[in-house]
Design a protein around this ligand. Structure first.
Ligand SMILES: [Zn+2]
Length: 435
């Protein structure tokens, strides 16, 4: 039994560090750190389906796996085939040190997107990643829809049909596509200390998409201000999620894992509908326990019970030799002793009935959550069995063969977007026209 002291200490350090120099930050006291889960000993070996690993961090990876009962990491930072597959070679060298226990996912090289040869190049590269480098999936980062541009300098939409052959290639290979779309809803609200993500956005203001009042802007470092000025207009939060769903529906043979709880942990009903409408869609829990944990525990438990076959456990941990990320990053980087409390906070949330405990990534919001105490059979699926299915190529190929027909240009509902009154009172953010 580890004492929760270190989480509390880390939390306090974070609060102090982040609050420093940022006037007006909320002063809500930190919630109590959770007790260690009572089911310790019965927990199955864990697959963490959402990790960012680098070759130089191999020793730390080994220790973190041993300390936390993680049997397998899905490394979503396998990189692209740029520079003759240099990143893939390094990812393979890491995986080779952990046979069957580190599984790499590849990303496209967005350079040259829109050029007629781009798609053939990337489809071939994906095939090589799988057959020559042992990769087992695709990772699409949030740059799709928010940053990547085509050869005419236009923002590439999440549902850009020019990407369909890439999704088809993944289906043909029998591998899943983990996709990050948009960002937390509050990133679109004005950036002021009232924003519920102030702790995070106040440190990285250029992550925000909403307007930033001059008075707030003046408090940021010149370098951060420059990055803010370089922001480009992006579609609205609901428009981005709608684009993603049009893409899922147009590619029913491709199995997608919409990371970060379907990219919409704010709206449980929406994610429920999304899973209902799209049999090819799965979700992970990465870096969103704090967000879905804000819904009443009974509702979240019912959600997990209902979708127990299509949810995978993930944390968004990042591990390098001199780098650690635990769901997100604040002003102070977490240290090795912070990792166990981070995993323990997940176990406490999923396995106990504890009330008003700290969630794993306090920088993502200073509120407490009520744990959902899932049944052991459900935990088994989420912690490892579902992950094994997503890595089973014959399972995904069979699913693709039985997939319903493509729905082109589907009309899809948006998630709810109840902008808080304080935010609505400020100038609406500039948004690009949604496609
Ligand atoms: Zn991630």
């Amino acid at each position: 039994m580890s004492r929760p002291l270190s989480l509390g200490a880390a939390l306090a350090a974070l609060v102090i560090a982040i609050g420093c120099g940022k006037s007006g930050a909320p002063s809500t006291p930190a919630p109590a750190a959770p007790d260690v889960a009572p089911v310790a000993g019965k927990r199955p070996p864990i697959t963490d389906f959402h990790a960012h690993l680098s070759l130089d961090g191999a020793e730390r990876v080994r220790q973190i796996m041993a300390d936390n009962g993680v049997e397998r990491f899905i490394n979503l930072s396998g990189g692209s085939g740029r520079h003759n597959g240099q990143a893939w070679l390094m990812a393979k060298m890491l995986a080779d040190q952990f046979p069957g226990r580190i599984i790499n996912f590849a990303s496209p090289n967005w350079r040259g997107f829109g050029h007629p040869e781009w798609i053939a190049r990337e489809a071939a590269a994906l095939q090589a990643a799988v057959t020559q480098f042992g990769f087992a999936g695709v990772k699409i980062a949030k740059g799709l829809g928010l940053g990547h541009t085509d050869d005419r300098d236009q923002l590439v939409a999440v549902d850009d049909p020019r990407l369909d052959p890439l999704w088809a290639k993944a289906a043909e290979l029998g591998i899943p596509v983990c996709i990050h779309v948009a960002d937390p809803r509050a990133f679109w609200w004005p950036l002021t200390p009232q924003n519920e993500r102030w702790d995070e956005l106040g440190v990285h203001p250029y992550w925000a998409y909403g307007p930033i009042p001059d008075s707030v802007m003046a408090g940021f470092e010149p370098q951060a201000q420059e990055l803010v000025r370089q922001r480009i207009p992006v579609p609205s939060w609901p428009a981005m999620l709608q684009a993603a769903e049009r893409m899922y529906r147009r590619n029913p043979k491709t199995t997608f894992v919409a990371v970060h709880f379907g990219n919409a942990a704010e709206d449980l009903d929406y994610v429920d509908g999304l899973l209902q409408r799209n049999a090819n869609l799965w979700i992970d829990t990465a870096a969103r326990v704090g967000e879905f944990g804000r819904h009443p525990a009974e509702r979240v438990r019912a959600f997990f019970d209902k979708w127990q076959d299509r949810i995978v456990f993930g944390t968004d941990i990042g591990i390098g030799s001199d780098y650690l990320m635990l769901g997100s990053n604040g002003q102070t980087e977490p240290q090795l002793p912070d990792v166990k409390p981070f995993y323990d906070a997940h176990w406490a949330y999923f396995e106990t009935q504890a009330r008003q405990i700290a969630h794993p990534s306090p920088i993502q919001g200073r509120w407490a959550v009520d744990a959902i105490g899932l049944a052991p059979a459900v935990l088994n699926k989420i912690y490892r069995e579902n992950a094994a299915k997503l890595l089973d190529r014959s399972f995904l190929l069979a699913r693709a063969a039985a997939a319903p027909p493509t729905v082109a240009n589907a009309a899809v509902p948006p998630p709810a977007d109840p902008t808080p009154a304080w935010a609505a009172a400020l100038v609406a953010p500039p948004t690009a026209t949604a496609k």
